[in-house]
Ligand binder design. Structure first.
Ligand SMILES: *[C@@H]1O[C@H](CO)[C@@H](O)[C@H](O)[C@H]1NC(C)=O
Ligand SMILES: *[C@@H]1O[C@H](CO)[C@@H](O)[C@H](O)[C@H]1NC(C)=O
Length: 186
């Protein structure tokens, strides 16, 4: 009985593939979106630690800013592999890492293009990612950026994040930013 239930979806898939053959190939087929489960809304709150100081920085500027506009970091590129923790202190539980880069994208204000994946490492989220791509005016109290996609639990993800700086060490350049993520997924 359980075998039959398992086989049935495979046959449906096969039928869909054959049906598409007459359209010129086997490479694509139309699937019924009803196969997806009910859409869920997940809220994640993590703390993003941009550590530029010390022996083991997680944030490294690989391209310095264009000289003329250096006050806004225009033209700079910084690669990150930042810890994401469940609470404000850096020694609280690491739930994942923020991997990607940010680039100075404004000549007249401090505004970055953020391109990063939040790669989660805990519990049912282990191995799943969300992808954030957006504009970060770091001196604003709240910055909103889009969640443009995801993987694993977060397949088909869309949504947004709100970023709020909790602390910034002017001398060391280290920052702690709270990210509230609102993610629709299946
Ligand atoms: C985190 O570090 C602070 C001091 O910096 C210490 O008081 C606290 O016990 C540490 N917490 C954990 C969970 O290690
Ligand atoms: C997360 O998944 C990796 C790879 O499958 C595994 O090695 C690791 O132990 C898992 N971590 C947790 C906390 O479940």
């Amino acid at each position: 009985m359980s075998k039959l239930i398992l086989i049935l979806p495979a046959q449906i898939l096969l039928l869909a593939i054959f049906a598409s053959a007459e359209d010129g190939g086997y490479f694509a087929s139309t699937m019924n979106p009803k196969r997806l489960q009910k859409e869920k809304l997940t809220h994640l709150r993590v703390y993003w630690h941009d550590i530029r100081s010390g022996q083991n920085p997680s944030s490294i500027m690989i391209q310095p800013p264009v000289k003329k506009y250096s006050s806004t970091y225009f033209g700079s590129i910084t690669m990150i592999d930042n810890a994401l923790t469940s609470d404000v202190p850096i020694n609280s539980t690491v739930v994942g890492r923020a991997q990607g880069f940010y680039a100075g994208a404004s000549q007249h204000e401090t505004s970055f293009l953020m391109a990063m994946n939040f790669a989660f490492k805990t519990g049912k989220y282990n191995g799943s990612t969300i992808t954030i791509l957006g504009r970060n005016t770091v001196l604003s109290e709240v910055r909103e950026m889009p969640v443009v996609g995801g993987s694993g639990i977060f397949r088909f993800a869309r949504g947004y994040v709100e970023a709020r700086t909790k602390s910034f060490d002017l001398k060391l350049g280290d920052a702690n930013v709270e990210y509230n993520c609102f993610v629709l997924h299946y």
